[in-house]
Ligand binder design. Structure first.
Ligand SMILES: *Cc1c(COP(=O)(O)O)cnc(C)c1O
Length: 392
C-alpha cells in the first residue's frame, strides 16, 4: 500500500511539474452568473449552463414538486423497477422536441455514449471518428471493439479515404460531436451525411453542446441543417444548456427498443432520479416557450467575443458561444486563469489531454443570463491580466 501511494505521489508531482495537475474547487452557491468560492463572489464564465436554466424558477419548482411526489432516488434500474413516470414523460417530450419516433434517457452523456457505441458496434464493424470527439465517444469506440478509424478534425476528404479503406466491414458508422466541446466549431454535417449516403454508412451525432445552443428553438445542428431524418442516432445531454443532469439518445423506435435490450450502461445502472428528470422536462418546456433565450445567449457571446478581441486576445475558430482563448502552453493558461481568479473572474484553464499538446486555452462561455454589466466586469479583468502577462 505504501508503495502504491508513493508511486501515485510521484505521478502527481510530475503532473504538477508539467502544469497539468488539476484541483477541485468548491463552489458554495448555485451555478449562476456569479458564484461564491471561499466566501468571495466570482463571475462565472466556465459553465455549460448556457441558458441559465440550472436556477430557473420553473425548473426548480418542477424538481421540488417531483421530489415531494416521488422521493429522492429511482430505487432500481429502469428494467427492474426504477422506470418512474417522470422519466417516461421526459422521453416522450424529448422525442417530440427532436422530431423523431422515440428517445431513451441515460444516467449521463458519458454513459449514453459508451452504452450506444458498445451496443451497436462490434468487432466486425468500423467506427469512423473525428479526432477531436469527446472523450466519452472515444471510450465508447474502444469499448465496442470495432475497428476505429480516426479522421482528421472535420476533414471529409480524410473521412472518405477511411470509408474506402473500411469498406469490408459489416457496418460503417460515422460518429461526431455536432459542436466540438473545447473549440466551439461545427462538424461538416451536410458533407458527412452525403458521404454516409454514398457508402451506406450510419451517422451518430452527439449534440451535447448543440441542444439549446444551435438551430431553430435550440433543437441542435442536425435540425438547423434540415438533416434530422438523415441522422441515425441523435445524442444530447440534459446537463448543459438544459441545466439538469442525464442524457438522451433519440431516433427510431427500433433503435430505442434495441438499446433498452442491449446498452449495458442503461441496463446495469439505476434510473435517473425522478426530480432530475422533472427538472430536465421543465427546462425543455422553458426552451420551447422562450426560444429568445437562445438569441440572448448568442448576443452575449458576440458581445464578449468582441470585447476579448479588443483586449488583443486570440480566439480560436469558433462558431458558437464557446470562446476558446488560445494560450498554447499549459503554464500560460494556468497563469492567465490564476490572474483572472484573483480579479474575481472564474475561467478554467483547459489543458492536455482534454486538448492536444500545445493547444492549452481558456474556455470562456457566457450564458443567456449574464447582464452586460457582468460581461463588462469580466472584460475589465481579462484586459488587466492580458496586460500584466504581456500577452498583447
Ligand atoms: C459533456 C459531454 C458529454 C458528457 O455528458 P455528461 O452528461 O456530462 O456525462 C458527452 N459528449 C460531449 C460532446 C460533451 O461535451
Amino acid at each position: 500500500m505504501a508503495m502504491l501511494d508513493s508511486a501515485l505521489e510521484t505521478a502527481l508531482h510530475d503532473l504538477e511539474h508539467r502544469s497539468l495537475r488539476r484541483v477541485l474547487r468548491v463552489v458554495e452557491s448555485a451555478q449562476d452568473t456569479t458564484v461564491v468560492i471561499g466566501g468571495r463572489r466570482f463571475l462565472m464564465l466556465s459553465s455549460n449552463n448556457y441558458l441559465g436554466l440550472a436556477t430557473h424558477p420553473a425548473v426548480r419548482e418542477a424538481a421540488v414538486r417531483a421530489l415531494d411526489i416521488y422521493g429522492a432516488g429511482a430505487g432500481a434500474s429502469r428494467l427492474v423497477a426504477g422506470n418512474l413516470e417522470p422519466l417516461a414523460r421526459l422521453e416522450r417530450h424529448i422525442a417530440d422536441f427532436k422530431g423523431v419516433e422515440a428517445a431513451l434517457v441515460f444516467g449521463s452523456g458519458y454513459l449514453a455514449n459508451i452504452g450506444v457505441l458498445s451496443a451497436i458496434a462490434g468487432p466486425d464493424d468500423a467506427l469512423l471518428s473525428d479526432e477531436l470527439n469527446h472523450a466519452s465517444l472515444i471510450d465508447g469506440c474502444r469499448l465496442s471493439r470495432a475497428r476505429v478509424a480516426v479522421y482528421r478534425h472535420c476533414d471529409t476528404g480524410h473521412l472518405r479515404t477511411l470509408l474506402d479503406e473500411t469498406r469490408g466491414a459489416r457496418r460503417q458508422l460515422i460518429v461526431t460531436d455536432s459542436v466540438f466541446s473545447m473549440d466551439g466549431d461545427l462538424a461538416p454535417l451536410a458533407e458527412i451525411v452525403e458521404l454516409a449516403r454514398h457508402y451506406g454508412a450510419a451517422v451518430i451525432v452527439d449534440e451535447a453542446h448543440g441542444v439549446g445552443v444551435i438551430g431553430p428553438g435550440g433543437a441542435g445542428l442536425a435540425a438547423a441543417l434540415g438533416l434530422t431524418r438523415e441522422i441515425d442516432i441523435h445524442i444530447g445531454t440534459l446537463s448543459k444548456a438544459l441545466g439538469a443532469y442525464g442524457a438522451y439518445v433519440a431516433g427510431s423506435s427500433n433503435l430505442i427498443d434495441y438499446l433498452v435490450n442491449q446498452a449495458r450502461s442503461f441496463i446495469y445502472s439505476t434510473g435517473l432520479p425522478p426530480a432530475i428528470a422533472a427538472a430536465a422536462d421543465a427546462a425543455l418546456g422553458v426552451l420551447e416557450s422562450a426560444p429568445s433565450l437562445v438569441e440572448r445567449l448568442h448576443d452575449n457571446a458576440r458581445y464578449l467575443r468582441a470585447g476579448l478581441e479588443r483586449c488583443g486576445l486570440r480566439i480560436g475558430a469558433t462558431a458558437t458561444p464557446i470562446l476558446p482563448v488560445m494560450t498554447g502552453e499549459s503554464a500560460a493558461a494556468l497563469r492567465f486563469a490564476h490572474g483572472l481568479f484573483s480579479r474575481g473572474v472564474y475561467v478554467t484553464a483547459i489543458r492536455p489531454p482534454t486538448v492536444p499538446p500545445g493547444a492549452a486555452r481558456l474556455r470562456v462561455t457566457p450564458t443567456a443570463a449574464h447582464s452586460r454589466r457582468e460581461l463588462d466586469e469580466a472584460l475589465a479583468g481579462f484586459g488587466a491580466v492580458a496586460r500584466e502577462l504581456a500577452l498583447v
